[in-house]
Design a protein around this ligand. Structure first.
Ligand SMILES: [Mn+2]
Length: 277
């Protein structure tokens, strides 16, 4: 299950997408191979070795980065990042995340209010987030909203890899003036959404308020996160939804952080995250 693909790729200064192009596959496939979600067959080992300029046998062995990460000198952190390209008849989306970023973002979905929310997500999670989406907005905002949630969720899942070393749980209570929202989550590879959020207005800007649940559902599903979002009280609809995104951001920041006391282990007594309880 463990391998050194990520280490070797970084030593070569390649992104997942760049390595993927060298060996004629997708960035997602490289992420799956790195994360142990796809079997490292002899054929894959030979292709990867050719792309990484090493021997196939060099790909095996425990990854060094996960153990080394907490003790690396400042400025030499190992980046957990991923790029997802998603194309359907309804939307074309590209997303890049860096989980160990500084909250830098470049977001353009064509929906102003959604951009505002995704910028909050980046800023308060400290995940660097690039999102470029072109959707069928002439129909409505549904496809673009949902598919953006899927693509960002997939990118987070891919960047998390095996999820070894993470804190796993996170929680946040976010006040915004009269509003208070609680977000709790488990980055468990077990997708589930609890959404206890009601709006009194049908739209914010041009965006239908009912679409926010769709975004959170898509994100939780694709990222493999158990996600509970509850607005405890509040009146202003802008505050209510913004506190949900900020709560997700702060809870996520805790949960994906590397736990320095257990940095080489998957935080589960099963030794793997996901599957049955
Ligand atoms: Mn705002």
């Amino acid at each position: 299950m463990t391998n050194r693909i990520r280490d070797l790729r970084k030593q070569n200064g390649l992104s997942q997408l760049e390595l993927a192009k060298r060996i004629g596959t997708t960035g997602q496939q490289v992420g799956n191979l790195e994360g142990g979600r796809r079997k490292l067959t002899q054929d894959w080992m030979e292709r990867l070795a050719a792309g990484l300029d090493c021997r196939p046998a060099d790909l095996l062995g425990a990854p060094q980065t996960q153990q080394a990460r907490p003790t690396l000198p400042p400025g030499e952190t190992t980046m957990r990042n991923a790029t997802i390209e998603r194309r359907t008849k309804e939307t074309e989306i590209s997303v890049t995340v860096n989980l160990d970023g500084g909250g830098n973002y470049a977001v353009d979905t064509g929906i102003g209010f959604l951009d505002h929310m995704l910028e909050q997500l980046s800023r308060h999670s400290l995940i660097d987030l690039d999102v470029k989406a072109k959707g069928d907005l002439h129909i409505d905002f549904h496809h673009t909203t949902e598919d953006t949630g899927i693509a960002i969720g997939e990118a987070v899942a891919q960047a998390l890899g095996s999820r070894a070393g993470i804190t796993r749980y996170g929680a946040a209570l976010i006040p915004m003036d009269e509003t208070l929202t609680r977000v709790t989550l488990d980055v468990s590879n077990r997708p589930y959404l609890i959404w206890r959020v009601d709006f009194t207005r049908p739209k914010l800007g041009e965006m239908d308020t009912e679409l926010f649940k769709e975004w959170f559902q898509a994100f939780a599903q694709a990222a493999g996160i158990t996600l509970h979002v509850e607005n405890l009280y509040g009146e202003n609809n802008h505050h209510i939804v913004e506190s949900c995104y900020k709560g997700l951001a702060r809870a996520l920041r805790q949960a994906i952080d590397i736990d320095p006391r257990k940095s080489d282990a998957v935080p589960s007594t099963k030794g793997v995250l996901g599957g049955s309880l």
